[in-house]
Design a binder for this molecule. Structure first.
Ligand SMILES: C[S@@+](CC[C@H](N)C(=O)[O-])C[C@H]1O[C@@H](n2cnc3c(N)ncnc32)[C@H](O)[C@@H]1O
Length: 165
């Protein structure tokens, strides 16, 4: 998928949302994930979601499939996912409209993005990973991510607003 380009460090990168989430990204925050029916919505036209597999293996009930469009579907009691970063503004607006608890992984820079300020000021709690999360391509973990991501949590009743793992 290379129809758009994203800019980073003065270089153009092809738009590519097809990155899977390494299992440890969810295992590391197990204690903070609400014990409710999870919707992992982001796997449109994708054969696998490592998030779904991992969360199921951790014992959670997880809904989600490859024909659901996030913008036209509403399932489960809590959203736990790794959204496509290229449309994060639209995703944040939709999360606001759904108004259900969520934990989503997004770049740390998203915190100062206009949509977050507009919809979630004073309502977001964050979890900072121990180390930079490296995403997976075709089951291989490529250690080349040049930006940090954090967990954005809404209505999850975390014990503190900022948690450093
Ligand atoms: C960062 S990947 C996460 C993949 C997988 N859910 C995981 O965590 O391993 C984001 C995924 O969202 C999918 N996606 C893009 N637009 C979508 C939409 N409107 N509804 C649902 N999924 C979408 C992309 O195809 C991509 O597979």
């Amino acid at each position: 998928m290379a129809s758009l380009t994203l800019r980073g460090r003065g270089v153009d990168f092809p738009k590519d949302d097809e990155w899977n989430t390494p299992p440890e990204a969810w295992i590391d925050i197990k204690e903070y994930i609400p014990n409710k029916v999870i919707w992992e919505p982001f796997m449109l036209n994708n054969k696998t979601s490592t998030s779904i597999t991992t969360l199921q293996e951790m014992g959670f009930e997880v809904l989600g499939n490859s024909t659901d469009d996030f913008f036209e579907t509403n399932k489960g009691e809590v959203i736990v996912s790794n959204p496509p970063f290229s449309i994060k503004g639209k995703v944040i607006k939709r999360l606001y409209e759904l108004d259900k608890p969520f934990i989503v992984i997004l770049p740390i820079s998203t915190l100062s993005q206009i949509q977050f300020k507009k919809y979630f000021t004073d309502k977001i709690q964050i979890i900072i990973p121990k180390r930079r999360i490296q995403f997976m391509k075709n089951e291989e973990q490529l250690k080349r991510s040049f930006f940090d991501v954090i967990y954005y949590c809404y209505k999850c009743d975390l014990p503190k607003d900022i948690i450093f793992l």
